[in-house]
Design a protein around this ligand. Structure first.
Ligand SMILES: Cc1ncc(COP(=O)(O)O)c(C=O)c1O
Ligand SMILES: N[C@@H](CCOP(=O)(O)O)C(=O)O
Length: 477
């Protein structure tokens, strides 16, 4: 499989190159030249596969420059009950992503039982093993430069800590993550981990990651890679659990399923879009936002209007406090019929802080009719009410992001169509709001009881690209 850029001005690459390189040379995102597809007969064969078998069936189509036996070994080592063991619902960890049924045709797909209690671990644990494998082949080193609103950072740091030849420089919005998220990252003392709290919001952090990656000399000199969903390998590994969730929620491949996805950077739901393009019978992909409703606004109106730092709200689902959704570019690339010139022009506007409007273009109608997208948004009051509802009606404590998803799913579900809500984090990460909603502390997996009292190591910096480069240069060699 070869990969091209959404902006059409970078040479094609293979999977291992984009794994280590992240952003394409023209500032665009990597996309497969075409999506591999699964026929009905393929789906019939896949039904009944376990997570590892499904992951291999799917990822071997994308990572075909890795010898099949090696890829299989990496997958088998990653997706084990020992890695994804933090289930607090009593589900069977051997399922890796257990489906938890709330009531008939309403399910949670548990994605947060990995080491850092968020869905990021589903792809990040594999990414850590893939990086190690690819770097061992050449003896090269990699400096990961990433941005987090709370979960990607800790997931990446736990996946990369102690890995030879890898350093992690992780930007996060200063004082805007939950206490647990902050402690989970900043308490790591490993010498290859650098946490930088940026005076700004997540989008400022992500903009700096892109700016540094777009300096091709610097990128090559310091071997900069990324773990954000900018990286195709991240997104493609997330495709797997849509297949797993689909098979778990249905009895036959004649059925359709809808997924509701708590969304911010559009990486998770982009993986759902890819699964649908590969032939998975998905009826609707429902994008659920919090008060930072840029994506909901687009799916309702056709206007994509990224917000500035001052307009981005600090909410109680802080990991979704995102106003510039990186992966949205991948979807618009498909929506425009893979018109890279048009994408380049549209993101030219976005990069200048300006909106674009597809409402009159003839394309907007296709968003729902051809691609199955729907949306909705949630706020703090909805979040609390939904967390209380989930506890009272189904005996299930959920986190604030999953609550945003469930709130929208309840509005969008259709009779006879299973609705699967992606559970993107465990409540333990957001105990302040869980206590507000339920009046009690959430359950914490063993070993995480005293996280917040551990000593913390981090730098505080301004959102200044030159200063970031200097910091990396100082610590990268
Ligand atoms: C807990 C949680 N839920 C939802 C999201 C939104 O996912 P995405 O950015 O892939 O849209 C994130 C961050 O990515 C998250 O950490
Ligand atoms: N919500 C994320 C933000 C980064 O998203 P990513 O999927 O592009 O890594 C976080 O928790 O850090």
């Amino acid at each position: 499989m070869h990969y091209l850029s959404t902006r059409g001005q970078a040479p094609q690459k293979r999977f291992t190159e984009i794994l280590l390189g992240g952003l394409m040379e023209d500032g665009g995102l990597a996309m497969p030249v075409q999506y591999p597809t699964f026929s009905r007969a393929d789906l019939d064969a896949m039904r009944g596969m376990d997570y590892r078998q499904l992951a291999f069936a799917i990822l071997s189509r994308f990572a075909d420059d890795i010898p099949a036996d090696d890829l299989k070994a990496l997958i088998d080592r990653t997706y084990t009950a020992d890695v994804y063991r933090n289930t607090v619902s009593g589900s069977d960890a051997r399922d890796i992503t257990p489906l938890y049924t709330l009531e008939s045709d309403l399910h949670l797909l548990e994605l947060s039982n990995g080491p850092t209690l968020a869905f990021k671990d589903m792809a990040m644990q594999l990414l850590g093993n893939l990086f190690e494998y690819a770097l061992a082949k050449t003896g090269a080193e990699l400096n990961i430069f990433g941005a987090t609103s709370g979960d990607t950072g800790s997931s990446a740091e736990y996946a990369m800590r102690g890995k030879r030849g890898i350093r992690v420089f992780m930007l996060s919005p200063h004082q805007k993550m939950s206490r647990f998220q902050t402690a989970q990252m900043f308490s790591l003392q490993d010498p290859n981990i650098f946490n930088i709290a940026v005076r700004g919001v997540f989008d400022d952090c992500q903009d700096m990651v892109k700016a540094v990656s777009n300096d091709l000399d610097f990128k090559a000199r310091y071997r900069i890679g990324t773990v954000n969903s900018i990286n195709w390998a991240r997104v493609s590994a997330q495709v797997v659990y849509y297949f797993k969730g689909y098979f778990a929620a249905t009895k036959s491949n004649d059925e359709q399923v809808s997924f509701t996805v708590p969304s911010g950077n559009f990486g998770n739901v982009c993986a759902g879009h890819i699964a649908r393009m590969m032939g998975l019978p998905i009826r609707h992909l429902v994008v659920a936002t919090n008060e930072n409703d840029v994506l909901d606004e687009f799916f309702r109106t056709g206007v994509y209007r990224p917000r500035a730092t001052a307009e981005t709200l600090h909410t109680t689902s802080p990991s979704m406090d995102i106003s510039k959704a990186s992966n949205f570019e991948r979807f618009i690339y498909d929506l425009t019929g893979r018109d890279a010139d048009r994408v380049r022009a549209l993101w030219g506007e976005v990069d200048r802080g300006r909106p674009f409007d597809l409402s009159d273009s003839g394309l907007f109608g296709k968003v729902a009719s051809d691609y199955g997208f729907q949306s909705g948004s949630s706020n703090h009051a909805h979040r609390l009410a939904t967390m209380r509802l989930a506890q009272a009606r189904w005996g299930r404590a959920i986190d604030t992001h999953t609550a945003d998803g469930l709130k929208v799913a309840l509005e969008r579900r259709e009779a006879g169509v299973p609705m699967v809500v992606l559970e993107t984090a465990l409540p333990a990460k957001f105990s302040e709001t869980v206590v507000e909603a339920l009046g009690r502390e959430p359950v914490r997996p063993a070993g995480m009881e005293n996280l917040e009292s551990l000593p913390q190591r981090f730098e505080v910096m301004d959102a200044d690209v030159a200063a970031m480069k200097a910091f990396i240069a100082q610590h990268a060699d």
